[in-house]
Write a protein that binds this ligand. Structure first.
Ligand code: PCA
Length: 325
């Protein structure tokens, strides 16, 4: 009887072990609002992964910086604290300049061009990520970037001394060139930064302005379409290398489908976000000619500066992109 009990207990334990082994659970930190399309697509991705890996991998999405804050996600995935996560990689361009491939001003200003630019950049950017112990599964663009202010702005005469929320080095440079004072703030903390006066202007898409209800603090949005930056869904390289080939293939299929769907969603929503800003009282306009000319001149300087730091790899990305156009 005793032996029988033992045998049963061992059997139950073995069963528990095998079902645990058959479904590997992954927590996936994401940085943006749960209702943002990037986060919603993260959930779509998780569902597809479960389906295409026959339940081998179960991903739980944690949006809004709830598991790791945006600024911590890359390191968490690099070190394996989280097996997978989503990050705005250009925020790490100070560590690896190639990661700013999607912040070169006025280079790729439509979804079609942005897609070509990513195809041109992907081999080098992915190699860079591997060197950081990361594997990129899919990327998804934000709509074009423009400027939020709490007053009318016609040129850099109007921007002097403004406290400007930046999200990476490129945006901080833009701010400084316009006489503004940059402060880096994650999107999740943007409303608070505006409410407390830490920032009084920023660059972003209509998407983030909508998510953060910035009409409560700001009045003007100037469309510039300076670039369409991307979020990347990244996985720890050691975790990835340890997966069976069929599991990898299932995840990659889920990633390819989700990346395409997410880009389409971004394009579909771009104007809708502007309508929402307007419906909430903001003025949404194209940047005026004087301001735009200044931004373009700054953009040229920034492109040259990026090429200096990104070296021949950066130049090869630009050449490959131009050859595609
Ligand atoms: N929203 C993100 C990044 C780019 C965008 O459109 C943000 O402002 O943080």
């Amino acid at each position: 009887m005793k032996n029988m009990k033992l045998a049963l207990a061992t059997g139950a334990a073995a069963l528990a072990l095998s079902s645990a082994a058959s479904a590997e659970k992954w927590d996936m930190p994401m940085a943006y609002a749960a209702t943002n399309y990037h986060s919603e697509m993260g959930v779509v991705f998780a569902d597809k992964v479960k389906e295409y890996t026959n339940g081998a991998i179960e991903i739980t999405v944690h949006p809004g910086g709830s598991l790791f804050k945006g600024g911590e996600i890359k390191r968490a995935v690099q070190t394996g604290q989280a097996p997978i996560g989503e990050r705005f990689m250009s925020a790490h361009a100070n560590e690896a300049p190639l990661l700013a491939w999607d912040n070169v001003p006025f280079l790729a200003t439509t979804y079609e061009e942005n897609d070509m630019l990513w195809k041109a950049a992907a081999p080098k950017v992915n190699a860079q990520l591997e060197a950081l112990n990361l594997v990129s599964l899919y990327t998804c663009p934000w709509p074009g970037q423009g400027f939020y202010f709490k007053k009318e702005v016609g040129s850099s005469k109007d921007t002097q001394g403004i406290k400007f929320r930046s999200y990476n080095t490129a945006t901080a440079t833009f701010a400084e060139e316009l006489g503004m004072v940059p402060v880096q703030v994650e999107a999740a903390e943007l409303s608070q930064a505006l409410a407390t006066g830490v920032a009084e202007a920023f660059i972003s898409s209509g998407s983030t302005g909508y998510d953060r209800k910035v009409w409560e603090h700001l009045t003007h949005y100037y469309k510039v379409n300076a670039w369409l930056p991307r979020n990347s869904v990244i996985v720890n390289k050691g975790v990835w290398d340890g997966l069976a080939d069929d599991v990898k293939a299932g995840i990659q299929k889920a990633a390819d489908e989700t990346g395409a769907a997410c880009a389409a969603k971004s394009a579909e929503l771009a104007d809708w976000y502007f309508e929402q800003l307007e419906a909430n009282g903001m003025k949404v306009e194209d940047a005026g000619p004087e301001f735009l000319a200044e931004l373009q001149a700054i953009g040229e300087k920034m492109t040259a500066a990026w090429l200096e730091t990104a070296g021949s790899d950066g130049q090869e990305i630009l050449d490959a992109y131009k050859a595609m156009k």
